[in-house]
Design a protein around this ligand. Structure first.
Ligand code: AMP
Ligand code: GLY
Length: 427
């Protein structure tokens, strides 16, 4: 079987690594890929949002299954295009991907399906949004409606911050089309957890729960990032909570999308806040999370290609998806300055090739890397994700940090407290 993976970050390296373990796969292509993915797949220089180029490539190479990593391609309708061309693709249609691409669409759907979420209102007119903010209790959360690479959410402690955020979005159009509409919602105080699920539009199979670390600095300080690390299975997600999330969040969302004529095929990601033991949805994503995928896939026992085919062929209810009873911790290494501006092109030392890794318990997933002559150099803000797997949190974390300390590049930054909350849980 020939598989094409779209994207070039840590999530896609983890996908390629897991897909490569399937005995049914003969060749993997990745567009555009990165320096780490190159050791497992043939990287082709087609951008992840070049839908026409990707479709032409998939047709000419007779690709049996295409797997979409990033949200941009999904929101542009890559799944619709591929299906029209009779190409099998793992990922939702443009209509279904709106659950991520439009926060107001997601909010309306949640209200209709009675899915627990923060109370909110949507605005397109600046004066109306500002007037509404005057009476809203603090803190208050302001969100750009569209895709903004994690930068479109402001948790405002003061009315001035909130007004500035809506003025940026609706008045100054700093977020372009993504900020033409804003969602203003109540602040929820609790612990965050991610539960992703495979779904074929009807059956819902949850993955192990994960927690990511969004702030750049130790102790959850500093700016928000795309994710500085993650761990799974998150102890906060007890079996009871997981089944509540399936019953009250994931199933109703999948049913509501089916009802509006946009069945969801792929991975539905629920970003949740647990408030006094109950889950509330902060956001839905229409794809695998990054870095959550780098801790979730190493715990998946079942062949990922079998799962993806069951989704594409709408027979997920017939598959038994199994997980390893182990712990995984991923530490992200970033360029100095990230999430602000940063340099690239710094040589990376101490890398171990995944295809010849000494053990399955330490995995180095590349995010922003590329080859420069014989060297691997930095090529992005998030450079690497180093995952340790073990029977318990202590071993998983030790393995991750041991490998992190063996890797170096100029300006390398990482958090030293990834998974400390899991460690404190004592499991
Ligand atoms: P989102 O992209 O909607 O998940 O928001 C990004 C981050 O903002 C979340 O991971 C939370 O840390 C925070 N956040 C979003 N919505 C809320 C809310 N209603 N209450 C508190 N924090 C929130
Ligand atoms: N880790 C958050 C995301 O993938 O959107």
């Amino acid at each position: 079987m020939k598989v094409l993976v779209i994207g070039g970050g840590g999530r896609e390296h983890a996908l390629v690594w897991k897909i490569a373990q399937s005995p049914r796969v003969s060749v993997i292509f990745c567009a555009p890929g990165n320096a780490g993915i190159e050791s497992l797949a043939r990287c082709v220089p087609i951008a992840a949002d070049d839908i026409a180029g990707l479709k032409a490539f998939a047709l000419s190479e007779h690709i049996d299954l295409t797997v979409v990593g990033p949200e941009g391609a999904l929101a542009l309708g890559i799944a619709d295009e591929f299906r029209r061309a009779k190409l099998r693709i793992f990922g939702p249609t443009r209509g279904a991907a709106q659950i991520e691409a439009s926060k107001s669409f997601a909010k309306d759907l949640m209200v209709r399906a009675r899915i627990p979420t923060a109370a909110s209102r949507t605005f397109e007119v600046l004066d109306q949004a500002l007037a509404y903010l005057e009476r809203h209790p603090l803190p208050v959360v302001v969100k750009a409606d569209g895709l903004a690479q994690g930068k479109g959410v402001v948790v405002a402690a003061t009315r001035e911050q909130a007004s500035e955020a809506v003025t940026d979005m609706l008045g100054k159009q700093s977020f372009g089309a993504a900020g033409r509409r804003v969602v203003i919602e109540e602040f929820l105080d609790g612990e965050e957890v991610t539960i992703m699920a495979f779904t074929d539009g009807k059956a819902v199979v949850p993955m192990v729960a994960a927690q990511d670390h969004k702030r750049v600095g130790d102790g959850d300080t500093g700016l928000n990032t795309g994710g500085m690390g993650a761990y799974a299975p998150a102890p906060v997600a007890t079996p009871a909570l997981r089944s509540e999330v399936v019953q009250c969040v994931l199933r109703p969302a999948v049913e509501a999308l089916l009802q509006v004529g946009s069945p969801f095929y792929g991975v539905l990601y629920a970003g949740l806040m647990i408030v006094r033991g109950r889950p509330y949805v902060l956001e839905f994503n229409a794809r695998f999370g990054d870095p959550e995928t780098q801790v979730v896939l190493p715990l998946l026992k079942t062949d990922l290609v079998d799962v993806m085919e069951a989704v594409v062929e709408h027979r997920l209810d017939q598959l038994d998806v199994e997980w390893h009873d182990r712990a995984a911790v991923c530490v992200v290494l970033t360029s100095a300055g990230y999430p602000g501006s940063y340099d690239t092109g710094r040589p990376i030392k101490g890398l171990v090739d995944l295809s010849s890794a000494p053990s399955d318990d330490t995995l180095v997933f590349h995010a922003g890397t590329k080859h420069d002559g014989n060297e691997v150099v930095t090529a992005g803000g998030r450079v690497l994700g180093v995952t340790g797997v073990g029977p318990r949190w202590t071993e998983a974390r030790e393995r991750a940090y041991k490998a992190v300390r063996a890797i170096s590049f100029d300006g390398c930054h990482f958090r030293t407290d990834i998974a400390s909350r899991a460690l404190r849980s004592g499991v």
